[in-house]
Design a protein around this ligand. Sequence first.
Ligand code: SF4
Ligand code: SF4
Length: 196
Amino acid sequence: MTAATAEASHACASSANAFLHEVIAKTPGGETLTKCIQCATCGGSCPSGPDMQHTPRQIFALIRAGERETVLRSNTPWYCVSCYYCTVRCPQEIHVTDIMYTLKRMAVQAKLYDDSTAPDFSKTFIMWVEDFGRAFELGLMGVHMLKHNPFGVFKLGDMAAGMVSKGRMAFAPSRIKGLDGLKRILAKAKELEVSA
Ligand code: SF4
Ligand code: SF4
């Protein structure tokens, strides 16, 4: 290997490690990521696997290879429904679900998500939680559809009316007790995220 090739290879490895270290630093228990043995148990357990561009196993291999843009553009974290199957089944006790949350945040911060309204869906979800302390499904779906698929609201209307009439969905949002305490917790979480 020539000196120039060795230098390029070293730079590449450093940048790969930089991405890996960033993901680890931003995830509670993230250091477990380095123990991945690529066994694929996570992908095999994942209910969203068929819709994901990359399985969690592939995402972890890409992270270790420093493929920052491919990872942050992948739809994988956005299809994660936080069921924690992967996390409880991983033989290496890797915090798979928490890493998915980290990748979502990083993709939003870097504006590196392709053709997905999922980040905006998350923001609308948080808006309801901040205002009322809990999700409000009808408002969440209504606001999201009006922003991204206004004609879909009519289809949604029939389904929503059925669910509201059967008591499966609330017609109006209601505030939780202790909302001020929750707001303080959320404000602190945001502060920690900014400083991370
Ligand atoms: S189950 Fe755990 S060890 Fe296996 S590929 Fe997934 S993250 Fe890696
Ligand atoms: S937590 Fe996410 S990545 Fe893990 S199995 Fe569930 S949907 Fe798949």
